[in-house]
Design a protein. Sequence first.
Length: 161
Amino acid sequence: MLNINPMDLYTLIKTLHILSSAILFGTGIGIAFFMFRSCFTTNVHEKFYAARNTVLADYLFTLPAVAIQPVSGVILVDMAGFDWTDLWLMATYIIYLIAGLFWLTVVWIQIQLKNMCKKASECGTKLPERYHKLFKIWFLLGWPAFAGLIVVFYLMIAKPI
């Protein structure tokens, strides 16, 4: 049986928590950039490439980070002995949940955009008007999700309330 010092375990879990938050935010902003840049081309193949890789990156990087965050967070709160009902923690739970709901909607939209690009690319047709409407919604929903994560970062660091 492993005999791990509780402080070493805390440091290990905190490192995992910080890395997963960096992956969550970094991957999110990176793929959002490439997806957004795709709106400046009329080439459907380029749009499909961006959408396909955006969806893939969300599955490979963002989804695991989204899953790790609450698990490692719960362990850290417990190990550090914080009061679960501290206002800064309550605000974090709520903001993370709301950001997650925005993210799930954005992912669904990304999949729709990818599928429309694939079909247009294979058929040699233009993208439907629905693509452009969904893209605008995707863009608008991304902002509150990112802003929420920035607030969560602040709350985790400052613990102000």
